[in-house]
Design a protein around this ligand. Structure first.
Ligand code: ASP
Length: 375
């Protein structure tokens, strides 16, 4: 562990409970982790997770930090989540920010990566850890991944609460940067990965954190929450045979931004003049079109191929190694700040909270400044 981290190390939390342990605030939004089996399939049921936890002495071991659970009303399957739920989670964290050492969000896996990416932008000046977790099998089942995900997330938050100032996903055995993560398996216990960024940590016999990768510590101040979700933005995966009319409808007013999931290094059917006309007309109106790759690994670098260059020529911008989830959240966020399309285009290509790595040789205008932040 580097020296500056050792300096930041503290045994107990800022707000140790009666037990002297760190205190974790848990926002329970729903998801498989706490669901109950019924004749209609798994459903979230209020209080069920808490009752199961009360029966498991492991969760009261001395090593486990104190935690309180605040439940969503109603509990949700995460496929029903939208930006208003992101805001509810963010507000619950903000209201309890001063009184707890770290925050755990229990969440369904289906949209967990979207929520993690969104929170990473919404929680400005975050200086305490926020971890999202869930499971593939509910805690009520004899064989499940819920207990280890929940227990390990609590333990690592208790141990490292002073040292991890970012939004993360803990799942399987990996601690991932939230805005780099994506769901990679519907059935495996290794449900998430961050293919373009190494895990921040791994839980094996020990919990090992790669401290060089963690965002630098931030001064503790009040947490501000940016409400995102009102901008007219979307995401679209291109495919062979795409009728440009379809894209034209998607890019029509009031659309402000679109994440275009393209092939390989950001390529698209640029030989189709209709496709190019649709893109050119949209960008001329000020629509920000961000090109990301459909591939799991690698970067949309539009200067690499002639097809990519043609996209640059009609005003599309490269999103490099942004995940589609992070690109969407970032567009929501930048437009929520009231920034001009030109500024959004510049900032979308620069890292704000560790969400992307631009190629070293490229220059995208002035970096994220206090003026952008103040909006
Ligand atoms: N459909 C569930 C959800 O996302 C799946 C899960 O939790 O794993 O809420």
């Amino acid at each position: 562990m580097p020296g500056w981290l050792l300096d930041a190390w503290r045994e107990g939390g800022d707000h140790p409970g009666v037990s002297g342990k760190p205190r974790i605030y848990v926002v329970y939004t729903g998801g498989t982790i706490g669901m109950r089996k019924t004749a209609h399939g798994y459903v979230p049921e209020s209080g069920h997770l808490q009752r199961l936890l009360a029966e498991l002495p492991r969760f009261r071991d001395v090593e486990v930090p104190e935690f309180v659970i605040e439940e969503f009303e109603p509990l949700l399957d995460s496929s029903n989540m939208n930006p208003s739920h992101w805001l509810r989670i963010a507000d619950q964290i903000r209201r309890n920010y001063a009184d707890y050492d770290a925050f755990l969000v229990l969440h369904g896996t289906d949209t967990m990566a979207f929520t993690a990416a969104a929170l990473s932008f919404m929680l400005e000046d975050l200086a305490k850890p926020v971890v999202l977790t869930g499971s593939q099998i509910p805690l009520e089942e004899t064989r499940n991944d819920a207990q280890s995900n929940l227990l390990t997330a609590l333990l690592l938050l208790g141990r490292y609460h002073a040292l991890l100032p970012e939004v993360m996903i803990y799942f399987g055995d990996k601690l991932l940067r939230g805005n780099r993560a994506t769901k990679v398996s519907v059935t495996g216990f290794d449900g998430f990965d961050s293919p373009n960024f190494p895990p921040l940590g791994r839980a094996g016999i020990d919990i090992d954190i790669d401290w060089e990768l963690v965002l630098p510590p931030r001064e503790r101040s009040e947490l501000s929450v940016v409400a995102i979700g009102s901008a007219h933005v979307g995401a679209f995966r291109i495919f062979p045979g795409l009728a440009p009319r379809l894209l034209e409808a998607l890019l029509a007013p009031p659309t402000q931004g679109l994440v275009l999931e393209c092939y390989g290094a950001g390529n698209a059917p640029t030989a189709d003049p209709e496709f190019m006309r649709v893109l050119a007309e949209a960008t001329a109106r000020g629509v920000v079109i961000v090109d990301v790759t459909q591939a799991l690994r690698g970067s949309a670098n539009l200067s690499l191929y002639a097809t990519g260059r043609a996209l640059l020529d009609v005003g599309v911008v490269g999103g490099f190694d942004l995940t589609a989830e992070a690109a969407l959240a970032k567009l929501f966020y930048l437009f929520a700040k009231g920034l001009s399309p030109e500024r959004v285009k510049q900032l979308v290509q620069q890292p704000i909270v560790g969400e992307l790595t631009p190629p070293a040789s490229e220059f995208f205008g002035t970096a994220w400044t206090a003026a952008d932040r103040q909006r």
